[in-house]
Write a protein that binds this ligand. Structure first.
Ligand code: KG4
Ligand code: ZN
Length: 337
């Protein structure tokens, strides 16, 4: 092979259709078509998501190739998200990847979306690359995990949420305050002008490195109901403080378990991944931990939420390990880690 490995990545697990091209460890292009249709429903509508993927997949991959200046014949493999995710969404990306593989004879690489969020840290983009082993807090709309990363192909979940994911906690809290979906980024934005200690919310106390966020939702619901009886404009008049206090509670719960893991495992090399790692309060709180000797790795903003760059990067490790996919393998909504 004369040139560095080139991999086309395809991501379609939820509501983002994305294609990217990796060359060596660098990303040449990473295109994402966002689906705005879901905001008025307060959450992702699976049927609408798969329909939008169908519309987006061909133009997104085509533009991605055009922008990279490469032809299909310049590639070494096609990596796609096999799971976990919404089955109808996964089917679009996986069927497309398989069709393209058949037409081009390029090998398939079956990527686990959650592992790919973590492996985004290995993209060569001038941000720091964690040394092995490291601990990764993976926080998205569907998952909340602390993962012990021994190598790119060897990871172990040491803790996870027993109910809602952290992103879900953000989105559901936002919904109760009348904010559109996804509310996580909006809470982050409003919280910048709010007092995090004005209101006190609680999350469930779990053993070991596990989390529980479902109680927070109920707590906020009853609190808002009570306050609105006294003042119907309570939310509007206190939105920034509410957002800051809720964010403080969620991020505090995440940090507490991460701190415990760092101490118990004696590993101070720490990374964050997944959509919620875009949260500025979480990013800043983690940066503060460097004063305590932690080595903190925060992904570039564009690699936090769903993207195909991370799928291509994860695919490269599979390619190097000669772990190839097969046309007969179906996507998996609940793919084991
Ligand atoms: O990883 P991701 O893009 O999709 C999933 O695989 O779930 O994560 C999406 C989640 C959503 O819940 C969204 O509200 C949350 O990440 N999120 C944020 C921020 N940006 C995205 N939550 C809090 N603060 C943010 N800045
Ligand atoms: Zn994700």
């Amino acid at each position: 092979m004369k040139h560095p490995i080139r991999i086309l990545g395809i991501e379609s697990s939820c509501d983002e259709t994305s294609a990217a091209i990796l060359q060596g460890d660098k990303i040449l292009t990473n295109l994402i078509a966002n689906q705005t249709i879901h905001s008025k429903y307060g959450g992702v509508v699976p049927e609408l998501a798969s329909r939008a993927h169908q519309q987006n997949i061909v133009p997104v991959v085509q533009q991605c190739l055009e922008q990279s200046g490469l032809q299909l014949s310049d590639l070494n493999a096609i990596a796609y998200t096999k799971g976990p995710g919404l089955l109808g969404s996964l089917l679009v990306g996986s069927s497309f990847a398989k069709g393209l593989s058949l037409a081009t004879n390029l090998p398939l690489l079956e990527v686990n979306h959650m592992k790919a969020h973590i492996l985004a840290h290995f993209i060569d983009d001038n941000s720091s690359i964690p040394s092995l082993p490291f601990l990764c807090l993976t926080v998205s709309g569907g998952h909340t995990q602390i993962v012990l990363v021994k190598s790119p192909l060897e990871m172990e979940i040491i803790g996870s949420t027993l109910d809602d994911a952290a992103g879900e906690a953000f989105d559901k809290s936002a919904k109760m305050m009348g904010l559109p979906y996804p509310g996580g980024p909006l809470i982050d934005q409003y919280a910048k002008n709010g007092d995090p200690n004005r209101f006190h919310f609680k999350v469930g106390e779990m053993d070991n490195y596990n989390f529980s966020f479902s109680g927070l939702k109920t707590g906020i619901l009853y609190f808002l109901r009570k306050e609105k009886e006294k003042n119907e404009n309570f939310i509007a008049e206190n939105l920034t403080d509410l957002c800051a206090s809720i964010q403080h509670c969620i991020v505090g719960a995440l940090l507490l378990k991460l701190e415990k893991a760092v101490k118990d495992f004696g590993i101070s090399e720490v990374a964050i991944a997944g959509g919620v790692s875009a949260n500025s309060y979480l990013r800043n709180s983690l940066k503060d931990k460097e004063k305590e000797g932690w080595k903190v790795h925060i992904p570039k903003f564009e690699y936090c939420t769903d993207n195909a760059a991370m799928i291509a990067m994860a695919g490269k490790f599979l390619f190097e390990g000669k772990i190839f996919g097969a046309l007969s393998n179906p996507p998996q909504a609940r793919m084991p880690f």
